[in-house]
Design a protein around this ligand. Structure first.
Ligand code: KIV
Ligand code: NA
Length: 265
């Protein structure tokens, strides 16, 4: 098996081959995605929402991220595994950012880390990259800053914020990021950033012109029910399918249909 590396992603951008990325948080799902041929698995801090049930990504800890990352890394044969630095494990302190990244690489065996922000995290990125750890950036609607934004609405619709985002994207590339996620911004801005940058730009709600796409697995598989942003395409309705299967199981147990003669010793 040919493993996907950061260099593979770079050459995919050069060839115009789109990059496919999904989040994963556990062994069993990561095994299926890897087997299906996904290019990149992101152990996102969205685990705080979809795995732990928090309202935001802020509460998840570095130890919890490492636990999820270990499970995903064990499952993977081919995909590139990127792990989010959680809120509070890097902001405002490049030494702490490096230490957190080293823990993720060492304890989980991840292939790269991702962090949110622009100019304000450049010093940290340089330090992490210098240690040999590939870094993915993340701009636009960065969920760790939700209390600053005050809303999950589309970012950078106005010129001032759009220009700032382009400056930040260039700064991240300059700092040594191998790639960048753009979340929930106008498609025209996604196009502009993907064209101006050498490194691959992965979008979530950033339109069709970026170099790849990422979705949260629970959204893509229809496990989440009351989250329906315009950018989301659902490929299954697992919430309903799992609920129906569970109801059938309950009925079979209650009615003594399960187990039958063949299903016992
Ligand atoms: O945590 C996450 O799932 C992410 C993706 C949405 C990019 O950061
Ligand atoms: Na994230």
């Amino acid at each position: 098996i040919k493993k996907i590396t950061t260099h593979t992603l770079q050459s995919m951008k050069m060839k115009g081959e789109k990059i496919s990325m999904l989040t994963a948080y556990d062994f069993s799902m990561a095994r299926i995605f890897d087997d299906a041929g996904i290019d990149v698995l992101l152990v996102g801090d969205s685990a705080s929402n979809v795995m732990a049930g928090h309202e935001t990504t802020l509460p998840i800890t570095l130890d919890q991220m490492i636990y999820h990352a270990q499970s995903v890394v064990r499952a993977v044969n081919r995909s590139l595994v990127i792990v989010d630095l959680p809120f509070g494990s890097y902001q405002g302190n490049s030494k702490e950012a490096l230490n957190s990244s080293i823990r993720i690489m060492k304890e989980a065996g991840a292939h790269a880390i991702k962090l949110e922000g622009g100019e304000e995290v450049v010093e940290s990125i340089k330090r992490i990259v210098s240690a040999g750890v590939p870094v993915m950036g993340h701009l636009g609607l960065t969920p760790q800053s939700i209390y600053k934004f005050g809303t999950y609405a589309v970012r950078a619709k106005e010129e001032e914020e759009a220009e700032q985002l382009v400056r930040n994207a260039l700064a991240l590339q300059e700092a040594g990021c191998f790639s960048l996620v753009l979340e929930k911004i106008p498609a025209s801005l996604g196009k502009r950033v993907a064209e101006e940058l050498r490194i691959p730009v992965i979008g979530i709600g950033a339109g069709m012109h970026v170099d790849g796409q990422v979705l949260v697995m629970h959204d893509m598989l229809g496990i989440t029910k009351d989250f329906s942003p315009r950018f989301l395409r659902r490929y299954l309705s697992l919430y309903d399918d799992i609920k129906t299967a569970t109801q059938t199981y309950i009925k079979d147990v209650k009615s003594k249909d399960f187990p039958n003669e063949k299903e016992q010793y």
